[in-house]
Design a protein around this ligand. Structure first.
Ligand code: RTP
Length: 151
């Protein structure tokens, strides 16, 4: 069943450094999703360890945290029909070499340790991530363009 939901999308330090911020935002905008929150952030090690808590026992965890601390990230909440699943499809597979061309990772990345962008993997995790990254809350407003996006 399709539902209107929110997903947490984060442009990782490599995406910011490589000037892909506008490109990634444009893809979500053009697809028809509604921007509910947006900011540039330099999270602490502790904050990133919370975000990636599920991966704390992985061998690559210290390298992942180091990478995520290497520069600012862009934090966003996008809202719309099947936003979580469609967001993941737009990102492409975790390992960019397996990502289809036309996806963000398939177009802009080569290695899993520099894969440009994060997207929530479930509605429940999305809500947890939004609460972690946007404790101040997200915006609620009427997007008039929706009348031309939804039947
Ligand atoms: P993300 O959370 O960043 O959207 O990635 P994901 O769900 O597609 O993949 P996940 O398994 O949750 O991994 C999180 C991030 O950890 C890095 N990673 N490195 N070196 C490695 O083998 C390895 N595996 C994963 C990637 O940056 C991945 O996006």
């Amino acid at each position: 069943m399709s539902t209107t939901e929110q997903t947490y999308i984060m442009i990782k330090p490599d995406g910011v450094q490589r000037g892909l911020v506008g490109e990634i935002i444009a893809r979500f905008e053009k697809r028809g999703f509604k921007l509910a929150a947006l900011k540039l952030a330099s999270p602490s090690k502790e904050h990133l360890e919370k975000h990636y808590a599920d991966l704390s026992d992985k061998k690559f965890f210290p390298g992942l945290i180091k990478y995520m601390l290497s520069g600012p990230v862009v934090c966003m909440v996008w809202e719309g029909l099947d936003a979580v699943k469609t967001g993941r499809t737009m990102l492409g597979a975790t390992n960019p070499l397996a990502s289809a061309p036309g996806t963000i990772r398939g177009d802009y990345a080569l290695q899993v340790g520099m894969n440009v962008c994060h997207g929530s993997d479930s509605v429940e995790n999305g809500q947890k991530e939004i609460a972690l990254w946007f404790p101040e809350g997200v915006s609620q407003y009427k997007l008039d363009a929706q009348a031309w996006i939804y039947e």
